[in-house]
Design a protein around this ligand. Sequence first.
Ligand code: S5P
Length: 266
Amino acid sequence: MEAAEAWGLRWSAGASPLAKRYMEVAAAKQSLVCLAADRNTMAGLFELIEEVGEHVAALKTHVDLVDDWTSEAWSDFCSKANEQNLLIFEDRKFADIGAISRAQMAGKYDIRSWSDLVTAHLISGPDIVDGLQAGWQDVGRQGGVLLLAQMSSRGNLLVPSYTDEVVAKGRQHGGVVGFIGNGSRPQELVALRNKVGEEKMIWTPGVNLAVGDGAMGQRYGDPMEAVLSGSDCIIVGSGIHRAEQPALAAKAYADASWKGLMQRNG
Ligand code: S5P
């Protein structure tokens, strides 16, 4: 199915080139799944992407949790992701002032050189987005920021008035591709979508086919319900990488998310 048809308003309402790339891959693979590749060895990461790459549309990393990280191995890993047509999303949750965030895009991990997307909190003010964009510009690349508007963890401090401020500022910024919303609470997501409108994306962690509480305060909601409530991408970690058969699990999440999109636009 063509991306424009699959995505309807989200495609036509002026999405960024990066969002369109994601939507095309998602339509081609019939999957709105972003794999949270939270494994701590390079071998584990390579194995995972080999197994599930065809069923997922984006790859989310936490580069600083890999024990045996080297820039060579990481660069091979990113090439593999690119071969599988995956946008690479470093979930760094930047939160500092603009100039330091720009500098943190460089450094040992050189996130600016391989990431297409990064997460940021807007707690320090809107200049963080300019700082991150400057980071990509420093190496002649383009990228997009996903702002944390909600979180999935219990007791988080992103209260509705804070969410409103993040959305109001983020909607106006061309460097913001979209927002992180809470996939574990459909009503919160519906409210978020109403605030965000149709132009920007909402990506949601906190989804699992086994709904309920996860480890250390994580909460899980149903993947299809998240899409029906306005999520454009379900971020799934342990539901896939801890499954006995990750490929089968990834396919199940892909099917649920795609069904959600088809029903939402139907
Ligand atoms: O509010 C949030 C935001 C994020 S990006 N809650 C989250 O869980 N995340 C990330 O999503 C988290 O860092 C992890 O990589 C992933 C969820 O993993 P899972 O194993 O619980 O599915």
